[in-house]
Design a protein around this ligand. Sequence first.
Ligand SMILES: NC(=O)c1ccc[n+]([C@@H]2O[C@H](COP(=O)([O-])OP(=O)(O)OC[C@H]3O[C@@H](n4cnc5c(N)ncnc54)[C@H](OP(=O)(O)O)[C@@H]3O)[C@@H](O)[C@H]2O)c1
Length: 328
Amino acid sequence: MGFQAFWVEKTDDGFTRSIIERDEADLPEGEVLIEVQFSSLNYKDALSATGNPGVTRNFPHTPGIDAAGRVVESSGGTFEPGQEVIVIGFDLGMNTPGGYGQRIRVPANWVVAMPDGLDPHSSMLLGTAGFTAAECIDKLEHAGMQPDSGPVLVTGSTGGVGSVAVALLSHLGYEVAAVTGKEDQHDWLRSLGATEILSREDAAEGADKPLLGERWGGVVDTVGGPILFNAVKSLKYGASLAACGLVGSTEIPASVLPFILRHVNLLGVDSVQLPLDEKQRIWNRLAGEWRIDLASLEESLTLDTLSDAIDRILAGEMVGRGVVSLGS
Ligand SMILES: NC(=O)c1ccc[n+]([C@@H]2O[C@H](COP(=O)([O-])OP(=O)(O)OC[C@H]3O[C@@H](n4cnc5c(N)ncnc54)[C@H](OP(=O)(O)O)[C@@H]3O)[C@@H](O)[C@H]2O)c1
């Protein structure tokens, strides 16, 4: 059966984007064929769509690290036709045709059953970005963070991970400080629950000092670089920073001093290879006790409007979450 897919090709002049007709027979082998109803736009999708070899090596390619929809066919008995499911991470949208096509075929051990409380649209409003925000908070809480630990700093706060982190932390009773480069989004960040806003320059101040005053009860960092390590130097005694992103830099100008003098923790967060049972546990939290209304974060996209949004997310101009309707 034919279906529409976003298509990135490598040419002599660089990488081109178009929408083409594909056939289910073109998809790789796998136990589960899924009719994709919604996907989402993450920073990593934009890297894939522009030929970043750290994300996608083989072109032509259909990006989309997120997909939600209905099972069309499933071998092995794990899923039923018609069942709603979510796929995020693993190799989806990297070197396996991803959620920017109306069909995907994937191994059964990549597929999460849609938990009660979420549906294809709301799960993709979260997507990998929202899932990763939740994973950061889950890991920080396991390391001891509580609402009375002190304000929690979120960097890259108007982005996908950052904006869901601000909203979720506020919902859970945390005081939230947000770092943003977008002066025109302060009111929006306050409407999500931030009570303090810092510019990127504020957050990078004091980079030459070995330690800074103890301010944060926890940090969700999406940017890396000097902002990340300044935040580590500003953690309260024993507190933790969850590092999940690299939009600012992959380098960290670090010393051991905050670790050996302040007893702080630098926690790594990966959503891609996280084992399926852990993925299901975090999705269940997002569908239950952590279910929040994220409507104000949504920018609705289609395959036709995706290319422009890819350019905006790469330029750091995207606000909130781009949800891609596949119209299938
Ligand atoms: N570890 C994982 O499994 C995992 C999962 C999901 C995402 N990630 C990573 O997390 C990061 C955020 O992803 P996302 O989808 O939320 O991206 P996004 O929507 O593009 O958000 C990133 C935000 O960072 C800020 N920013 C952009 N350029 C910056 C710079 N040069 N210096 C400082 N801040 C900058 C901007 O927010 P402001 O204008 O508000 O500052 C931007 O909106 C990416 O690096 C992504 O690859 C990792």
